[in-house]
Ligand binder design. Structure first.
Ligand SMILES: [Zn+2]
Length: 83
C-alpha cells in the first residue's frame, strides 16, 4: 500500500501535467469552469492533428451563459441543448 503523501504528490503532478484546453467559442485557455470537454491523448482537438501532449477543447461557463444554454433555476443545461 502506498503512503498517502505519495498519492497526493502524484495527483498534484497529474493536475499540473494536464494538457491545455481551449474554449470552442471564445478560445479562453484552461477555464476554471467549463462544459463538454473533449480530449484525445496525442491529438490537438482544435485541428484533429497530432500533438506531442494533446490539446483539449471545452465550452467555458461564460460562453454557455451568454448563449443562454444554462437554466439559471437549476444550473443545468436547458432542455434540448446539446454541446
Ligand atoms: Zn468561452
Amino acid at each position: 500500500m502506498e503512503p498517502y503523501t505519495k498519492k497526493l504528490v502524484r495527483a498534484a503532478s497529474d493536475w499540473f501535467n494536464h494538457p491545455d484546453t481551449y474554449c470552442r467559442k471564445c478560445n479562453a485557455k484552461n477555464s476554471a469552469a467549463f462544459l463538454a470537454p473533449v480530449f484525445v491523448e496525442g491529438i490537438d482537438a482544435r485541428t484533429g492533428q497530432k500533438h506531442p501532449t494533446g490539446v483539449g477543447t471545452h465550452i467555458c461557463l461564460d460562453c454557455a451563459t451568454k448563449q443562454n444554454w444554462i437554466d439559471a433555476r437549476t444550473g443545468n443545461l436547458r432542455p434540448g441543448v446539446t454541446l
